[in-house]
Write a protein that binds this ligand. Structure first.
Ligand code: HEC
Length: 430
């Protein structure tokens, strides 16, 4: 049989097939996969959202409100400007996905067959494998209200180097854990932090600071709704023998079930990776040591910017990196406190152009997401990372503490919630 003959056969079969009936959208086939991926990580029993979104009945119970939340972009919470860069996976709902939901309703909200459900294709927003689960040593019950910051050290059980290639923090009480930052400590710095732990009774210690520079490495951040993440394929963070995990949890008691929290860190591990990665907090050192990040009372649109060529300091990010070589940026996150108004990380190129990595036009303290770029951005020697934060320190933007709106006062860099910060976290390889 030759090719021409085969073509002829298939052509004539196609020509005889009647035109397929127009596709009707159904809950199980078209809508449930979108809701499962984009809503259910928070809208499930016992999680932070006030109601579950899993079944057609769940959806019907809140449909008008849910449609409004989707149309206005309130839900899913995704504060990053989408025209800045493409992210994958992303919590945001695509315009095509919104259209599917609208069209399904216009067609009469058919249920269809449960067997037609298939998860959405594309990168999943969850950890795909757990090789090690590390609980904090003992459960901890917060005693301060509304906020308590507590740090915990967790033993690292390996006597050979291992690479972390994904993580998930599973809060013991989901409504109580507002967010968490996860690090490993390099062995030579473990005793200093152990002394802090030993100086306070109870599990862990009250803490507002995090390991910086050579003290350790950042693994990631947890915000509610986060189901964990695999790091970009082939990359991972090397954890040395003798390290310890350093977990900083921000507990918030407002609207929370208060009780003993036993949070667990799940990790995906490898013995080798193709590319070593490093996570680095990028901030102007003078903000921290010389109080140059002044945010005067009663002013808004107060901006501070820090530009740096990170390729000159690569060996600080990861001791296996060589200074002066290009870096690849895979993911980023911004960290400000409650007076944040907007935040941005971009790359200023040597030729005067800019590449946007993340741009958050309306800062929301509650949604400090990590943004994983669909395509990594190459940073060449001579390019600069530009970290920019803007604050609103007027009366209307002050937090409410114990029912009282705080009076504006001059602010500056500091680790407590009532101080401010401006940090870009970057996940890079060489
Ligand atoms: C990252 C977590 C998260 C995801 C993802 C999420 N929600 Fe929510 N949602 C919340 C939380 C928390 C609340 C309650 C607090 C609030 O209103 O901000 C809420 C409230 C709501 C409300 C009631 C308040 C309002 O703004 O109308 C609706 C409706 C809603 N979500 C719909 C959705 C839909 C539909 C999706 C998916 C397309 C979704 N949410 C995805 C966390 C989430």
């Amino acid at each position: 049989m030759n090719r021409a003959f085969l073509f002829g056969v298939s052509f004539s079969i196609a020509a005889c097939t009647p035109a397929p009936a127009p596709q009707v959208l159904t809950w199980h086939k078209d809508v449930a996969p979108i809701i499962e991926r984009k809503c259910a990580s928070c809208h499930e029993a016992g999680n932070i959202a006030p109601f579950a979104l899993k079944t057609l009945a769940d959806w019907k119970a809140v449909e008008p409100l849910a449609l409004d939340a989707i149309r206005t972009g309130r839900m899913p919470p995704f504060p990053g400007r989408e025209s800045c860069a493409e992210y994958s996976p992303t919590q945001s709902l695509g315009a095509d996905q919104r259209d599917v939901i609208e069209k399904w309703i216009a067609e009469g909200s058919l249920e269809g067959a449960a067997a037609d459900f298939a998860p959405l294709p594309g990168a999943v927003d969850r950890l795909t494998r757990v090789d090690l689960s590390l609980p904090i040593k003992e459960p901890f019950t917060p005693t301060q209200s509304p906020d308590e910051y507590r740090c915990f050290l967790i033993d690292w059980p390996f006597d050979v180097p291992k690479y972390i290639t994904g993580y998930e923090l599973r809060p013991g009480i989901k409504s109580l854990v507002h967010h968490a930052d996860i690090f490993f400590l390099n062995p030579s710095h473990v005793p200093t932090w152990e002394a802090r732990d030993a100086a306070e009774p109870g599990p862990g210690w009250e803490c507002y600071d995090i390991p910086l520079g050579q003290e350790g490495g950042w693994i990631g951040t947890f915000v509610p709704g986060n189901r964990g993440v695999d790091f970009p394929e082939g990359t991972g963070l090397k954890v040395p023998v003798g390290a310890k995990i350093y977990l900083q949890i921000h507990y918030n008691t407002l609207n929370a079930e208060i009780g003993p929290d036993l949070s667990v860190l799940d990790l995906r591990l490898e013995d080798k990776v193709r590319r070593f990665a490093g996570v680095q907090a990028v901030s102007d050192p003078r903000w921290i040591t010389a109080d140059t990040m002044a945010i005067p009372a009663n002013q808004r649109d107060v901006t501070h910017t820090f530009d740096i060529d990170p390729t000159r300091f690569s060996s600080i990010i990861n001791q296996n990196f060589v200074d002066g070589r290009p870096l690849k940026l895979y993911a980023t996150t911004m960290h400000l406190h409650q007076l944040g108004q907007s935040a941005r990380l971009e790359i200023k190129r040597a030729d005067g152009s800019t590449t946007c990595a993340v741009d958050i036009p309306r800062w929301d303290f509650h949604w400090q997401l990590a943004y994983t770029l669909k395509e990594p951005i190459v940073i060449n020697p001579g390019d600069e990372l530009s970290v920019s934060c803007t604050w609103d320190n007027t009366a209307a933007n002050q937090p409410v503490i114990n029912g009282q709106r705080v009076v504006p006062r001059n602010r500056n860099w500091g680790a407590r919630t009532q101080d401010e910060m401006c940090v870009a976290g970057i996940y890079v390889t060489q």
